[in-house]
Design a protein around this ligand. Structure first.
Ligand code: SF4
Length: 207
């Protein structure tokens, strides 16, 4: 989950961009049914681990990239074998992905979920945990498909959207439907803007 700090300014996003986001979401939605579109006015996210018994920390295996591993090791002062899934020789397992490592699990949940349903490694937690339950997907209208990989085109489209413009792809800020934390006050445009930027940074710029 994300802690959102203040940003020095935000620019009002144009109504036409939000209209384009709604139209793009109508195209993307059938393939992302586990998500809902988050716009200004959507309920804010407030983590409520008691309400869901920390479902996300039980249900999902957490992937880490090199930067995640380095930060985790530095902040939590742990050896790799203490926090990554490893083979019989004690070497970290790797998957053919941009974030190839797996956070260690025990007894059907993340090893670092505390008995109080709080994260015991909050400072060092991976980006996937900081990101959840938000996610950004790009709608490529020309190709008629959604895109979730970093690219110069995605970066340029995101930068344009931050300024209230439409350029190439349409970035959509989504929230995971199953998460019961979307019970906060409606997010205003400044809060939405900060969340939009922070989610992009974690998901696409910090890989
Ligand atoms: S690192 Fe923390 S937030 Fe992430 S899955 Fe484990 S307990 Fe949950």
């Amino acid at each position: 989950m994300l802690r959102i700090g203040p940003t020095p300014y935000y620019r009002t996003v144009s109504a036409s961009l939000f209209a384009a986001m709604r139209a793009a979401w109508a195209e993307v939605r059938p393939r992302f049914e586990a998500y809902q579109l988050v716009l200004p006015g959507s309920p804010g996210f407030v983590c409520q681990p008691q309400a869901c018994t920390a479902y996300c920390c039980h249900a999902y295996s957490v992937n880490l990239g090199d930067a995640d591993v380095e930060r985790f090791r530095r902040l939590e002062q742990l050896e790799l074998a203490d926090f990554l899934e490893c083979d019989e020789d004690g070497k970290p397992l790797t998957l053919p992905m941009a974030q190839p490592f797996l956070l260690r699990r025990e007894e059907g949940r993340c090893k670092f979920l505390g008995g109080h349903l709080g994260c015991t490694v909050y400072e060092g937690r991976p980006n996937a945990c900081r990101l959840y339950p938000h996610f950004i997907v790009f709608w490529d209208g020309e190709a008629g498909r959604a895109r979730t990989t970093p690219s110069k085109r995605a970066a340029a489209s995101f930068d344009a959207a931050v300024l209230g413009n439409i350029y190439g792809l349409i970035p959509l800020l989504l929230g995971h439907v199953q998460c019961p934390g979307f019970t906060g006050d409606p997010v205003n445009e400044a809060e939405w803007h900060r969340l939009f930027r922070a989610t992009y940074q974690l998901q696409y710029a910090a890989v």
